[in-house]
Design a protein around this ligand. Structure first.
Ligand code: FA5
Length: 346
């Protein structure tokens, strides 16, 4: 019995396609071939669409034959593509042979920013003294940054912290890490606390060699029964000795912060032989590195604690000032200026 004319059409298509495929020598030819047969208007699809014009009794075998050829051509295409790619790669390798003896390209090794290095050192000293490390937010409410730290609106102490306001009323960039005290207290109350909170602070300041508008602080907070000023002094002294060595002098001065009572400030001596000593220490020979004190009863209450049951101390230190002391850096602006000549030295 003679084969139906349409089956002949499939066989012709198959033979033609395979012959053309075998004459493709580069990938571009192959892509043209693919479009010719498998594109939307390609010959395979056109032929398959003819199914509707076939007498119903022959449609099934017509479709089966069409799909068999379609799959066969698709496989042949994949095989040819791989072969051509392999050939192209070999030709490329042969035309520019690889010399494995050429030295590799120098890849400069990155390192940690000096601020990060010192921050990690500070964290590890406090960790070794049993402190936990907490992060708290940089965008704060006026309430937590000031009011709950015993500074109601119009309190004159607010003048010490010139503030960046956001367009959201009552929302500011934190001026110090002390609002973190309230977050930690509210989280851990009524348990004892021994925590440090490192992070960035923002103040609208006149930028000078020792003051930036953006700088880091590390807040410390210890709360529990019978915590005394002696514990504060011991902690600060141990910290400073671990960081700077025993030969560096530490000076504790009385001071005022609304959220601590009594309050102190801690200075460290600046090497006298440094020609910039006068400018940086305003002629005193001392550079302030932290404020501290015993947590004010109102602040304890705002954190959920009963000041008759527990007491505590807090401190806030400035790692950038500390890094300046440690490495003899004479200008705080170098920290965020992204100058490689500076950064490469650490
Ligand atoms: C405070 O910010 C208090 N919150 C510290 C505190 C915490 C006191 C807990 C009591 C209890 P002060 O404004 O002095 O205090 O800042 C603390 C430290 O941050 C300073 O000693 C200094 O090392 C650093 N610091 C302050 N302002 C700047 C600035 N503009 N640039 C760089 N470092 C700064």
């Amino acid at each position: 019995m003679a084969e139906p004319i349409l089956f002949n059409e499939w066989t012709q298509l198959e033979n033609k396609a395979l012959t053309q495929l075998s004459s493709c020598t580069i990938e571009a030819d192959l892509q043209k071939w693919h479009t010719q047969y498998f594109g939307d208007k390609g010959e395979v699809n056109q032929s398959l669409r003819k199914v509707s014009t076939i007498p119903p009794a022959e449609r099934k075998s017509f479709g089966q034959e069409g799909n068999r050829i379609k799959e066969k051509l698709a496989r042949a295409y994949e095989t040819t593509l791989r072969e051509l790619q392999k050939k192209a790669l070999l030709a490329d390798l042969n035309s520019a042979p690889l010399d494995v003896t050429i030295p590799g390209r120098y890849c400069p090794q990155g390192r940690l920013h000096p601020a990060t290095q010192v921050m990690r050192e500070i964290d590890s000293i406090f960790r070794s003294m049993g402190f936990q490390i907490y992060r708290s937010r940089e965008v704060e409410t006026d309430e937590i940054n000031f009011e709950l730290l015993n500074m109601p609106p119009h309190h004159p102490a607010r003048d010490m912290w010139d503030t960046f306001f956001t367009t959201n009323p009552g929302v500011i960039l934190r001026t110090h890490t002390s609002p973190g005290q309230i977050h930690v207290m509210r989280k851990l109350c009524p348990n004892p606390i021994r925590a440090v909170l490192p992070g960035m602070c923002y103040r609208k300041e006149t930028i000078t060699a020792r003051s930036e508008i953006q700088f880091e602080q590390v807040e410390g907070l210890v709360i529990g029964p019978n915590i005394t000023f002696t514990d504060l002094k011991g902690t600060i002294t141990t910290f400073a000795r671990k960081l700077f060595g025993k030969e560096r002098q530490i000076r504790i001065r009385s001071s005022y912060f609304p959220f601590t009572e009594p309050s102190i400030e801690v200075d460290i001596d600046w090497p006298k032989e440094d020609p910039n000593a006068d400018r940086l220490t305003k002629g005193t020979g001392w550079l302030e590195i932290m404020g501290a004190g015993m947590v004010h009863p109102t602040v304890l209450r705002n954190g959920g604690y009963d000041p008759d049951q527990v007491s505590g101390f807090a401190f806030g230190l400035g790692p950038q000032r500390i890094t300046m002391l440690k490495y003899g850096i004479d200008d705080i602006r170098l920290f965020w200026a992204n100058d490689f000549r500076f950064l490469k030295q650490f």
